[in-house]
Design a binder for this molecule. Structure first.
Ligand SMILES: *Cc1c(COP(=O)(O)O)cnc(C)c1O
Length: 382
């Protein structure tokens, strides 16, 4: 129950274990081509260009930053925590003049604040994190992207902890680059960077005056490869992670079989049930309101008198949760991922394990109220 790597379905794991074919075998060309087509549906980005490249989510961020920024471009990062800082560092490294639209921990800038900030300077690009992995804050990608597009900016959405769990309608909402990694809500072991790039972003890329200062991530190297595979032809730039792509095919198929709307709704419902359980035993969320809380991840403060050893006690009960990540509060809270194949029983088991851990640490604590509240939330929704 950590925010990635998550649990993987048996079909995904078995695809991973099949014999490794040539990257230009007919089977693999078909598999890769299908993955690209399915990515358009899962990212709700029918007219964008999908990319599947071996690497982590950080490579996906690097691909966005290195291809879309030229020295002197102004970029605005709507910063909610750890990965917003990283995106800003990257944009800087590629020569952008970066400003941050910061918020107190547990909050995110609203559309009105963004509109004001965009009046100050001529920004080329606005970057945001859909689900902030260090705080569990959900960014309003729909409204913030609309404001950024209105001001003539390109938008980059780091969806690594949200994509395929939190609703993101890339094309409709004006998301120019939507990026993620395989090991979170996509449900495939770590090792694939997944990115969709809009027509507007490709145009900006094509009009570059300077070469992309990152050889591996250069879109010029990967675009012909993606186009070839989608046409079921082999092509080579760097050897694809063949087995991870077979696993991705299995996972994207499961995601589309469930259906995007049903999947978004399931994640919302499980998150609400988990937080109903947590709240019934007095745990406070890092996000300031339930509206700001992500469907894929919850960040919870340790209760009064309980320290970070709580996570060790929860882990000892057989449920693995993560410690804090945001530098300002890292020893004050813990994180629980509820994404991908996560189900109702996982939610109940997790709330139960937190209760047992609290009972171990605090003689006055009586277990039961959390599981009862989570059960109630599950039985009264969908
Ligand atoms: C996990 C994560 C990343 C980094 O992904 P890696 O695969 O660890 O490189 C980036 N952004 C967000 C929002 C994440 O949750």
């Amino acid at each position: 129950m950590i925010p990635g790597p998550v649990e993987f379905s048996p079909e995904v794991l078995s695809a991973l274990g099949q014999p490794t074919t040539s990257h230009v075998s007919p089977d693999f060309m078909e598999c890769f081509g299908q993955c690209l087509q399915m990515m358009r549906q899962v990212f709700l980005a029918p007219s964008s260009q999908p990319f599947i490249v071996a690497g982590t989510g950080t490579l996906a961020m690097d691909l966005a930053a290195s291809n879309l920024v030229e020295p002197g471009d102004r970029a605005l990062v709507i910063n909610t925590g750890y990965f917003g800082d990283r995106m800003g560092d990257m944009l800087c490294r590629y020569g952008a003049e970066v400003d941050y639209l910061d918020s107190p921990v547990g909050e995110v800038a609203c559309a009105e604040r963004l509109r004001e900030a965009l009046k100050d300077k001529d920004y080329a690009l606005v970057a945001m994190t859909h689900v902030d992995t260090s705080t569990g804050v959900l960014t309003d990608v729909k409204n913030l992207s609309a404001v950024a597009k209105d001001a003539g900016c390109l938008t980059i959405v780091d969806g690594v902890c949200g994509t395929a769990g939190a609703e993101c309608r890339s094309d409709e909402w004006g998301v120019d680059v939507h990026l993620t990694a395989s090991q979170k809500a996509i449900g495939v072991p770590p090792g694939l960077a997944l990115v969709t790039v809009s027509e507007d972003a490709l145009r900006k890329f094509e009009s570059r005056a300077t070469p992309v200062p990152n050889y591996y991530a250069d879109i010029n190297n990967w675009l012909p490869i993606m186009q070839a595979y989608e046409a079921r032809k082999g092509a080579y730039f760097g050897t694809p992670a063949v087995n991870l792509v077979y696993a991705l095919n299995a996972s994207l198929r499961e995601i589309l079989d469930e259906g995007m709307e049903a999947r978004f709704a399931r994640h919302r419902r499980l998150a609400q049930a988990f937080r109903a359980g947590a709240s019934a035993i007095g745990l406070k969320m890092v996000p300031k309101t339930e509206e700001l809380a992500a469907p894929t991840l919850s960040a919870l403060y340790y209760p009064e008198g309980i320290d970070a050893s709580l996570t060790g006690h929860i882990n000892a009960s057989g449920v693995i949760v993560a410690g804090g990540l945001h530098p300002k509060i890292s020893d004050q809270y813990f994180r629980v991922g509820h994404m991908g194949v996560c189900n109702e029983s996982d939610i109940l088991a997790t709330v139960g394990a937190i209760e047992r851990a609290l009972a171990t640490m605090d003689d006055a604590f009586t277990a039961g109220a959390g599981v009862t509240a989570a059960q109630k939330a599950l039985s009264t929704s969908g």
